[in-house]
Write a protein that binds this ligand. Sequence first.
Ligand code: ADP
Length: 307
Amino acid sequence: MEEIKVFCPATIANVSCGFDVLGLALDAVGDEMTVRKTAKKGIAITKIMGQDLPLETAKNVSGVAGMALLEKSGYQGGFEIEIDKKIKPGSGIGSSAASSAGAVWAMNELLGKPFSNLELVKFAMQGEKLASDVAHADNVAPAIYGGFTLVRSYDPLDVISIPTPSELFATVIHPQIEIKTSDSRKILKTNITLEKGIQQWGNVGGLIAGLFKNDYDLIGRSLEDHIVEPIRSILIPGFDHVKSSAMGVGALGCGISGSGPSIFALSKGENVAQRVAESMKEVYGTIGIPFDIHISKINTEGVKRIA
Ligand code: ADP
């Protein structure tokens, strides 16, 4: 195989209680990427459609993640990359992660799959480091593994795939306001009380158990964040209103996607997810902030071949 076209899913990191450790992949929104082998060594990004992003290998996350793989692979040739960017950078649904994960997954396929998913996550994390200064894995892990993932430990890296109940749907609204990831990190406190810690790890355990047991009520009870959301939500106009409206029409839970400004809700069944979308739209319609909205099944495959 000389060329491959892949779908690179958008992802929701944190998932309320799982700050920096939980993530999930979406099905209805993602980039497309074409990667082909070349005789010339190195990586050339030849085309980016949809967004104005750097073509230089060292400034584009797909180039940086791809170079990390290429250097380890021993492959004497190189790759060309074309990106059709559908996920807006800075939206909080893993725009950079989709490119990092897509690049390394596609290259691994073209080389006959020498690397494991865990190794691919490590390469993709180098792209994340370029985008946000932190080599976090909570978006690239679900983008590569699919479904829900838990990053149990960073040193050593330990990624665990969590099963996805089949009727689970996500609704994601992206209000068109700008929040810098660095700003939304800066405002966080670095200490938490024991009381808050107990609540939080109770909820992380509950969410994981709920996903394993297909227990939607338990999933709903566990989708709570007592540490990050109360602080970060201040940066998102209308957050409290969107959340109460979504919960009012039956969402299991609602929180900030990644570092925002996107807000996500999880629901049992597509009909509820649709009602949640309508309730969210109404809030931003009234406030007068333009938005994008997505309703999606959870993507259990991660990056996938489409041609
Ligand atoms: P999101 O908040 O949606 O996850 P990020 O903040 O992770 O988005 O990433 C956006 C940053 O990464 C921007 O500064 C952007 O210029 C940079 N970047 C570099 N290459 C890419 C790429 N291929 N796709 C998206 N963002 C990229």
